[in-house]
Every structure is written in structure tokens, then in C-alpha cells.
Unconditional design. Structure first.
Length: 285
């Protein structure tokens, strides 16, 4: 049962980290937030790996190196998506990533989708659609749907990343995978820098403005490490839905500390999505 407290702790850390990261995005653009986050994987993950890993780090084959590189690139979208709208809404849309894990398992691994899972998928999609609607339907034509596109894109890429992460962990172990993922993240910082030409200029020399981003990254990476560690002790079908309760916590924190306001329909939609995610995990245990 060790996977359960690890998964629950990951959800707790992620919910808190999103508040700090969103606050940090007011001063630090996603490019530099990613660079900071990626660098901190070395500061946080590598020492922990060498403390707890009792076996030497292995050298993976070329295919595994490429798989880890692809996986690390998929996660770079998250902070870009988070910068596009309210964290309570964007974070919830992003959190539907387990949906894509099941779909990938269906098409790639030929795993059947049962009736309960189909209902869960319907709940998740319904909740996400309701979240995506404007507060007033009179603003439908002028509504900015950019955050929705980014949110759904992030959920697809992150869901794919988690699918690949679980596969890699089963092949080389959680510590080896996390070690090489950390290295790959920092190579991806270079790629991110080359692709995001508009944000290359260092945003500020006032280092106090970086505090929220650094704290958020540290908390998020702690949660991510616990999440990956949970994969080592439990099924992905159990770990993923339990960790997916974090949007509910994020909404509460966002309303309290970021003063984000949601109407009752949006709150109900968040609840509907979270219930769908949890039931989906239970249905495949």
C-alpha cells in the first residue's frame, strides 16, 4: 500500500506548487520558469537518487535514451498552458491526462475499454466542456478559447509522457529513469530556448521576483519524484487517479490565495471531472 501515501502526497505537493508557479508567471515567463525547473531537477532529484539508490546507475540503450528525451520534451508545455488562464480552470483541464493514458493503452496495448470506463470518459469530457464555456453565454463569440486549447494540448502530452514514463520505469527502474530524465530535462532547456525566441531576454535582475517560481518548482519536483516512486510500488491504474485529485485542492487554494473566482457551474464541473478521474482508476484495478 506504499503507493497510496506516495500518490496522495504527490497530489498535495502538486496542488500547492501550482499556486506558487502561477504567481511566479506574473514576473517570469514560461521559458525561464522551465529553465529554472529543469535545473532544479539536478539540485533536488540527483542527490536523492544517490542517497536512496543502492545499485549503480546503468547506461540505457539508445532507444531508451530517445524515449526519455521525448518524454522530457512533452512535459515542457505545462507552464505555457498554466500561463494562459486561471490555474483553477487550466489546471483542471490539464489534469484529465489519465484519459489519454487509457486511450493509448487501448490503441497501443489493445486493452479493452469497459462500460464503466466509458461512463468515466463521458463524465470527464462533460466536466471539461462545461469548464471551457464562458461565464456568460452572451460572450460566446468574443470568448478567448486560447487557454482551453493549451490546456487540452498539455493534458494530451502529459498523459503520453506518463504512459512512456511507466514503460521506462518497468524497463530500467525508477532511480535510473529519474536520473536520466533530469539530464534530459536540461538538454530540453536548450531546445526550449531556441524555440521560444520572444522570451529569451532575462525577465528581471531582481532576484526576489524568482522566489515564487523557485519555491513552486521545488515543491512540484518533490511531488513528481513521489509520483514516479509510486509507480515503482503500484499499478499506473491506481497511482494516476489518486494523484489526479489535486485539481480539487488547487481550486480551493487558488480561490483563497490567488483570489480567483469561479461560478457555481464551473465548481460543479471541476467536481464532475475529478469524480470521473477517480472512478476511472477504480474501474481498472
Amino acid at each position: 500500500m506504499l503507493w497510496f501515501p506516495l500518490s496522495l502526497s504527490a497530489a498535495f505537493f502538486w496542488s500547492i506548487s501550482q499556486i506558487f508557479l502561477k504567481k511566479g508567471l506574473e514576473n517570469i515567463p514560461p521559458l525561464w520558469s522551465n529553465i529554472i525547473n529543469n535545473f532544479m531537477t539536478i539540485v533536488i532529484w540527483i542527490p536523492v537518487i544517490f542517497i536512496f539508490n543502492k545499485s549503480p546507475i546503468i547506461i540505457p540503450n539508445f532507444k531508451m535514451i530517445m524515449l526519455i528525451a521525448i518524454t522530457s520534451s512533452l512535459y515542457l508545455i505545462f507552464l505555457y498552458a498554466l500561463s494562459k488562464g486561471k490555474v483553477a480552470l487550466v489546471g483542471t483541464v490539464v489534469s484529465i491526462y489519465p484519459l489519454w493514458t487509457i486511450i493509448l493503452s487501448h490503441f497501443i496495448l489493445s486493452e479493452a475499454i469497459n462500460s464503466i470506463q466509458k461512463i468515466c470518459i463521458l463524465l470527464i469530457i462533460t466536466g471539461s466542456v462545461i469548464i471551457s464555456l464562458p461565464e456568460k453565454f452572451s460572450n460566446l463569440k468574443k470568448y478567448n478559447y486560447q487557454w482551453i486549447v493549451w490546456g487540452f494540448a498539455a493534458s494530451i502530452l502529459i498523459g503520453t509522457g506518463d504512459f512512456l514514463s511507466k514503460f521506462a520505469i518497468t524497463k530500467i527502474g525508477v532511480y535510473n529513469y529519474t536520473f536520466y530524465l533530469s539530464i534530459s530535462y536540461n538538454f530540453m532547456s536548450i531546445l526550449n530556448y531556441l524555440m521560444d525566441k520572444k522570451s529569451r531576454k532575462l525577465p528581471s535582475r531582481n532576484y526576489k521576483k524568482y522566489i515564487s517560481t523557485i519555491v513552486g518548482a521545488a515543491i512540484s519536483l518533490t511531488g513528481s519524484f513521489l509520483f514516479l516512486l509510486a509507480f515503482n510500488f503500484g499499478k499506473a491504474s491506481l497511482v494516476t487517479p489518486v494523484s489526479s485529485i489535486y485539481p480539487a485542492l488547487t481550486v480551493i487554494l487558488a480561490m483563497k490565495f490567488l483570489k480567483e473566482k469561479l461560478i457555481k457551474r464551473q465548481l460543479a464541473a471541476v467536481g464532475l471531472t475529478v469524480v470521473g478521474l477517480i472512478l476511472m482508476g477504480i474501474s481498472i484495478t
